[in-house]
Design a protein around this ligand. Sequence first.
Ligand code: ADP
Length: 175
Amino acid sequence: MSDTISHFSVIKGDITQQQTDAIVNAANTTLLGGGGVDGAIHRVAGPQLLEECRGLGGCKTGEAKITKGYLLPARYVIHTPGPIWHDGKKGESALLKSSYENCLALAAEVGCRSVSFPSISTGVYRFPLHQAAKIAVETILQFLNNHSLPQQVYMVCFDGRTQAAYETALQDAGR
Ligand code: ADP
């Protein structure tokens, strides 16, 4: 596990500026744009991203679809609707794990060496941050352990509180 951990980093920043092969978008099921990180990605990518998304016919929660990155530094955007948090008894944890896994599998399929993730579902979708961070970190490390691509994964946190939660989850995973 310690070797795998060197292929995963928690950083603070704006995902739209990441120069990785792919960035992940915490989308909604319409894939037609929203607020938060979704709005930021569409603003920087430009209108062609929405055009391509219109042709995708939406995406189910926990699944993922890929588009080009257009004006973003990243070559691809991988869109996944994470689960909306209700009470924790509606399969939210399994769906969040599935979002991370499906994004990583798509990234590997198109040959991405590096991928950046935002903190899926912990904004407007209200998934409890520490629980989400644990699921995200464990799922990513497990995938890296079992696959040769991607080689490098970044968790791009927009604020200090989010960054601290993912750093704690990463430390816990390394124990
Ligand atoms: P969700 O609907 O899945 O909860 P949100 O976009 O509301 O998605 O929030 C997910 C996370 O993305 C939050 O931690 C939010 O602060 C963060 N975020 C918002 N804008 C950006 C950005 N430009 N880069 C990285 N993370 C961002």
